[in-house]
Design a protein around this ligand. Structure first.
Ligand SMILES: [Zn+2]
Length: 238
């Protein structure tokens, strides 16, 4: 049978190199997508840091505004209190008394708002520093992951290049007729393996049973025999 033939062994070597190359090509083609995914993750993390510090800045601006309002309100209140000391008419005194009470009420509301804002600033500070530390570390990890993938691309390109010359060598060594049959099979089958051993009369490529004609042909013929189900080249390993 053909599988005892050294020429067929050369074809099997070519086949295994072809298969290795297909796996590597697929892996290489997939890497840019993985790198893109990491870049998206990095972008999201950086945006989280920016959002946290933006929130903090907004709160600080708000606090400054409240602070200014409290200061000018306090100044105005003490001005009105001085005025109150100088008025002589009872109605004027009472009017100022009411106005001051009203202003003090407003001041108290502003002070409450400021306390609330300061508490929010504390929270935002905490979140912001968490973001700075935790997320920054995460971003570093992601960048490292990305670097490893770029290295992997270089490594794969080198390996594929080497494998390509091994494939060329194999092709030169394989008998022309076998090579031609193998190339035709590759076109028909489209998915590896292109050569599959028979196991209990079953093609290990498609897992279907081949006819008796096929299995007896594999045993006697000295040329390529194909699975009558999937078209792969079939052989007996022993
Ligand atoms: Zn098959």
């Amino acid at each position: 049978m053909l599988s005892n033939n050294p020429e067929f062994k050369k074809l099997l070597l070519l086949h295994s190199r072809d298969r290795r190359k297909l796996v590597m090509d697929k892996e290489l083609a997939n890497l840019p997508r993985l790198i893109d995914q990491i870049e998206t993750k990095i972008k999201i993390e950086v945006e989280t840091i920016e959002a946290a510090s933006h929130e903090l800045k907004l709160l600080e601006t708000k606090n400054n505004t409240i602070e200014n309002e409290i200061n000018s309100l306090s100044e105005f209140i003490s001005g009105q209190k001085n005025k109150q000391l100088q008025v002589k008419k009872n109605e004027e005194y009472q009017a100022l008394e009411n106005e001051i009470a009203n202003l003090l009420e407003q001041l108290s509301l502003k002070e409450d708002l400021q306390i609330e804002t300061l508490l929010k600033i504390d929270g935002a500070n905490e979140i912001s520093s968490l973001a700075q530390n935790k997320i920054a570390a995460k971003v570093e990890d992601l960048k490292l992951e990305k670097k490893v993938l770029f290295l992997k691309i270089d490594e794969l390109k080198t390996d594929i290049h080497k494998l390509e010359s091994e494939i060329q060598e194999s092709r030169k060594e394989v008998d022309d007729a076998l090579l031609l049959g193998y190339e035709r099979t590759k076109k028909v089958v489209t998915r590896p393996p292109f050569i599959a051993p028979l196991e209990d009369q079953k093609c290990s490529g498609c897992n279907l049973r081949v006819s008796n004609d096929i299995s007896s042909s594999v045993l006697v013929e000295q040329k390529l025999t194909h699975c009558d189900q999937c078209g792969r080249i079939v052989y007996f390993e022993r």
